[in-house]
Design a protein around this ligand. Structure first.
Ligand SMILES: NC(=O)c1ccc[n+]([C@@H]2O[C@H](COP(=O)([O-])OP(=O)(O)OC[C@H]3O[C@@H](n4cnc5c(N)ncnc54)[C@H](OP(=O)(O)O)[C@@H]3O)[C@@H](O)[C@H]2O)c1
Length: 254
């Protein structure tokens, strides 16, 4: 049975992976930030030197898109420098690195779905830091899969769905922007895609895309998720920071 290290165990994807583990034929070892801070190279190297893993899923990231604009150094430290450290450790210990990236590496100006080989051009610090992480992995080499996804949501952690649910619980009327389009992706689906792809060795090596199949606005998604609630359109815009108006990821096999 493959031994799979999962970093960022208590983030949204980490929790979705914990939820999916019973259906997988894998031995998953979950480490949250306290057990393994990926920005601590010494700690990372020690974990890889003392334990043996066939695969490392890096579910740890700096994901605060707005916050990254004023915390550029921290965003790059977690999304790029630490990713390079992980990639080096994986290469040294012959471990397959599975890393998650984002649709925000693109600027949204392409008229149609983005393929994995389209040229990235991030509009914000978060997207740029994630792109730097991808580039670091490619430069290090070794065996890796970078899976770009978009608009993750789930019952887990802090995300679009849980934020709206909290507003409803507080008795508020939902107001949601319709100024961006993308492909919402249930975190559970991404978790299942990763675990199945690892177990059957079918997960694409190099860069691939995985996202939900429907293109919609955040307003559309809110109305889909809460069909019995009134959801008003919020007239403001999501910028700053700059966000792409529309990014649709094309799957490798679609
Ligand atoms: N959420 C989306 O809509 C979306 C869209 C496209 C791509 N992605 C990508 O998908 C992946 C998973 O995202 P997510 O939604 O699960 O993010 P998340 O909920 O923010 O989870 C990220 C986790 O990483 C942890 N972390 C932060 N710094 C760390 C460090 N130095 N060492 C170890 N762990 C650390 C965080 O812990 P703390 O919270 O304690 O800091 C958090 O538990 C990320 O790579 C993200 O860029 C997400």
């Amino acid at each position: 049975m493959k031994r799979v290290l999962v970093t960022g165990a208590y983030g949204q994807l980490g929790l979705a992976l914990q939820g999916a583990v019973k259906d997988s034929n894998l031995d998953l070892i979950f480490k949250d930030k306290n057990a393994l801070d990926i920005t601590n190279a010494e700690e990372v190297n020690k974990v890889f030197a003392t334990q043996s893993f066939d695969v490392c899923i890096n579910a740890a990231a700096y994901t605060n898109v707005d916050g990254a604009e004023s915390n550029k150094e921290l965003a790059y430290k977690i999304n790029s420098t630490a990713v390079e450290t992980l990639a080096k450790a994986c290469k040294q210990h012959r471990c397959w690195l599975v890393h998650i990236s984002t649709d925000y590496v693109f600027d949204g100006t392409l008229d149609g779905p983005y393929t994995p080989s389209d040229t990235p051009n991030p509009l914000n610090v978060y997207g740029a830091s994630k792109l730097a992480g991808e580039q670091a992995i490619r430069a290090v080499g070794g065996t890796y899969s970078v899976v770009r996804t978009s608009w993750l949501y789930s019952q887990y952690g802090n995300n679009f769905y849980t934020k709206l649910q909290a507003q409803l619980d507080a008795g508020k009327t939902l107001q949601v922007t319709a100024d961006q389009k993308g492909c919402p992706t249930p975190a559970e689906d991404l978790a299942a895609h990763l675990l199945t792809g690892i177990a059957n060795q079918q997960l694409v090596k190099g860069i691939s895309h995985y996202c939900g199949s429907e293109v919609m606005t955040w307003l559309d998604l809110a109305r889909r998720l809460f069909p019995n609630q009134e959801v008003l359109e919020w007239g403001g815009t999501s910028s700053p920071p700059v966000r792409p108006n529309k990014v649709v990821l094309k799957h490798n096999n679609s």
